[in-house]
Design a protein around this ligand. Structure first.
Ligand code: ADP
Ligand code: ZN
Length: 726
């Protein structure tokens, strides 16, 4: 018997050992029994020396792969991912496969499509008589250009029968569809900055080179990606294009189809039907598709000829998976590009501070597009409206009311943007805008009304709720909370004749929903859009000319140190929606803190100013990207139980004196969203300037948690490396 280490979907860190009469190539899919169920597994290593009792080792039941294995670079990617995110390898491997390959069933490999053309002999034959008009149409189609069976069947359902007949006559030749196909030239002549950006990347073809393409909204980043992609694919290489959400960006898919009509393109996202996803995955893995477009999960697609990775809207939070295997696809993209020795282009109008920081240190090369590509597209005017002394009616000031009424009367399209990101309740002074921060951390204090306290969720600091504002003495301190529902109802009352459309997660749960909404807007059947973060994503509504932001300040009271960064990005994106094509846009932001750096940079439409100031603050406080972080979380029915487990581990580690000196531990503290789905959630932050030491401490925590989990059966735990959730 030969012994094999297998990756299978079980929550155990070590791989499991199974036996088979012969050696099997690594990457082979097999079926095995685990706890009496037949499950799929991937051979990770063959011919090993088992460390367990041989009589306990069970056999591999059958082999599922026929001739194709998950390749070595894919396995290296998964090994790295599991190690870096401290997640069981078997589960990581299974999470990276489409459903079809996770099941203990053989899957036929997709056949490469053929393309049929008339050869020289065929071309001199007379066409079938016109009275057989379908047959004749087939012939004419082939005379015009080579075609696939799929295309020919739309002309004549019996196309394959005639193809066979003509092939026997030796008039027709069949060949495999080239993955790339011919790429027509672009409609746009790239401007000078675009050309330069594209050329810089192309000179690094065939070597690892990370780029940050920083270009304001509408500056033509997409055209730059396309230009580079065309060039790389024409060299016979594959391109991986990652974007935040496919369903929300039908325009982008349309542009891809227009630009690369003959390129075999595979789309991978969570809403692709399971069977189709497996086929698409395999097409990419077999090199049949030149272009792979997908959301974060597409980062795990095997691609034998990978020549370029593009991550569009690289700052977007959706690249981070927030359950189970908590990976960051943008970071893995850079890792993969290094592995494949190819360029990677991260693009954004508001890059993440992590990526921006890397351009400052020469880790990433910065490419800039500083002007809108369309000659007549102007930047919107952004106005900050100080509402400290203005009366508000349902959260809306008179000036904003008038703006909306006038625009509706004029027949313009308005957008009312509500900031509804989950944030913890906070306290602020209505008169001067003062907020309460922790004296130990950069975090804002969270209001605990019942306990009568303000608490820091990053360290243990807490204080009683103050009776008045320490800044100006005002005794009316206000708690900020939700209340956005009311605004929506009020708008209908304020604008009785307007056609108002609400856009949020609920109204666009399905693909059709969004595309319906999109077309309704484009047909100009909407006067006012009311929506949340979703509206900030890259849509183009050429006639949008007024954007109103009502309650953005909420974010400034957040205890999450990334809240200003996120708010700035969102508002820049929302503003970028206004005044595209040939109409000038106006943006109005209601705020009680117009002097805040987020708003000042927004009004100046200057990302660089903002990033510079924000990075300086992060540096002073030793926050990422100046340090590395991990969160260890525990969920239980009570906060006490959740914190208890974390404390036990902490004490265990302290007694061993095992923690590296340059690793700081904060907590345990409740998470900002302390209660979720019936669980109370607590966490500890590990923080260090040294990545290696940080990972060593995570492993210590992990070992203790594994050791203690049996005596805490009601508490679940997880590890989140480079966390975005606070
Ligand atoms: P971004 O991705 O940076 O937001 P896009 O690539 O979507 O920008 O370009 C914005 C608009 O400008 C699109 O309508 C696009 O077709 C157009 N555009 C881009 N590059 C050019 C160019 N060089 N000449 C003319 N129009 C362009
Ligand atoms: Zn604190």
């Amino acid at each position: 018997m030969i012994y094999h280490q297998l990756a299978l979907n079980v929550p155990l860190y070590p791989l499991l050992t199974y036996a088979y009469p012969t050696t099997l190539p690594a990457g082979t899919r097999v079926a095995v029994r685990f706890r009496n169920r037949l499950v799929a597994a991937i051979v990770w290593e063959s011919d090993i020396q088992p460390e367990i009792d041989l009589s306990k080792i069970r056999p591999i039941e059958n082999i599922l792969s026929d001739g194709w294995q998950l390749p070595a670079d894919w396995r290296a990617l998964l090994s790295f991912t599991a190690r870096y995110y401290h997640y069981p390898l078997g589960q990581a491997v299974m999470a990276a496969l489409p459903k079809g390959l996770r099941q203990p069933k053989a899957v036929p490999l997709p056949k490469q499509e053929h393309i049929y053309s008339l050869n020289a002999l065929g071309r001199i034959q007379p066409a079938p008589p016109a009275r057989y008009h379908k047959q004749n149409a087939l012939w004419q189609r082939l005379l015009a250009a080579p075609a696939t069976l799929h295309q020919l069947k739309t002309i004549h359902t019996q196309a394959s029968q005639y193809l066979k007949q003509w092939q026997q006559q030796n008039w027709i030749e069949a060949s495999h569809i080239p993955a790339c196909g011919s790429i027509p030239t672009s409609l746009h002549q790239l401007n000078q900055q675009q050309q330069q950006a594209s050329a810089e990347v192309q000179t690094k073809c065939g070597q690892f080179a990370p780029f940050l393409l920083y270009g304001i909204t509408g500056s033509g980043k997409t055209e730059v990606y396309f230009d580079i992609m065309a060039n790389i694919m024409q060299q016979g290489k594959q391109v991986l294009f990652l974007l935040p959400e496919i369903n929300l960006t039908p325009q982008l898919m349309q542009r891809v189809r227009q630009r690369f009509p003959h390129t075999v393109t595979t789309v991978l996202h969570s809403q692709t039907a399971a069977g189709q996803r497996t086929t698409n995955y395999l097409q990419a893995a077999l090199g049949q598709a030149a272009l792979v477009i997908g959301t974060r999960l597409a980062i795990f697609t095997p691609m034998p000829n990978l020549g370029l990775i593009v991550v569009d809207e690289e700052h977007d939070y959706s690249f981070k998976q927030e359950s189970e295997l908590r990976y960051q696809a943008r970071d893995l993209a850079v890792w993969r590009a290094r592995q494949a020795a190819c360029p990677v282009v991260l693009g954004s109008a508001t890059p993440s501070l992590e990526s921006w920081y890397k351009t400052r240190h020469g880790d990433y090369q910065l490419l800039q597009l500083s002007e809108r590509a369309h000659s007549n597209a102007q930047l919107p005017q952004i106005h900050l409206l100080d509402i400290r002394r203005l009366p508000l009616d349902n959260g809306i000031s008179d000036i904003i009311k008038q703006k909306l009424q006038t625009n509706v009367a004029r027949g313009g399209l308005s957008m009312v943007y509500l900031n509804r990101r989950g944030f913890a309740p906070a306290l602020f002074c209505d008169a001067c805008g003062h907020t309460f921060g922790c004296p130990n951390c950069s975090a804002k204090l969270v209001l605990h009304q019942h306990a009568g306290q303000l608490r820091c969720h990053h360290c243990d600091f807490h204080q009683p709720i103050p009776p008045s504002c320490p800044e100006c003495g005002n005794q009316d301190l206000t708690a900020v909370g939700q209340g956005t529902q009311r605004i929506e109802e009020y708008l209908q009352h304020l604008l009785p004749s307007a056609r108002i459309l609400r856009v949020d997660r609920d109204s666009t749960a399905h693909r059709q929903d969004w595309s319906e909404i999109y077309h309704t807007i484009m047909r100009k059947e909407v006067d006012v859009l009311v929506g949340t973060q979703m509206l900030a994503k890259g849509h183009d509504f050429p006639h949008l000319n007024l954007v109103v932001v009502l309650n953005a300040d909420n974010s400034l009271y957040s205890a999450d140190f990334r809240a200003p960064e996120r708010l700035f990005a969102e508002l820049m994106q929302v503003s970028g929606r206004a005044g595209r094509a040939d109409c000038t846009g106006e943006v109005w932001v209601q705020t009680r803190q117009p002097e805040h750096k987020v708003y000042q940079a927004l009004a100046a439409q200057n990302y660089v100013t903002f990033a510079t100031a924000e990075l300086a603050e992060r540096q002073e406080l030793g926050m990422p990207p100046f340090s590395y972080m991990a969160a260890i979380r525990a969920d239980a029915h009570t906060m006490h139980e959740a914190q208890q487990l974390l404390r036990q581990v902490q004490q265990g580690i302290e007694q061993q004196h095992a923690l590296p000196a340059n690793v700081n531990v904060f907590g345990p503290v409740p998470m900002l969203m302390a209660r979720l789905a019936g669980y109370e959630r607590a966490q500890v932050f590990l923080e260090s300037k040294n990545r290696r030491d940080l990972h060593h401490s995570i492993s210590l925590w992990q070992n203790w948690l594994l050791h203690l989990e049996k005596s805490n059966p009601h508490t679940r735990w997880l590890i989140d490396v480079d966390p975005l959730e606070m």
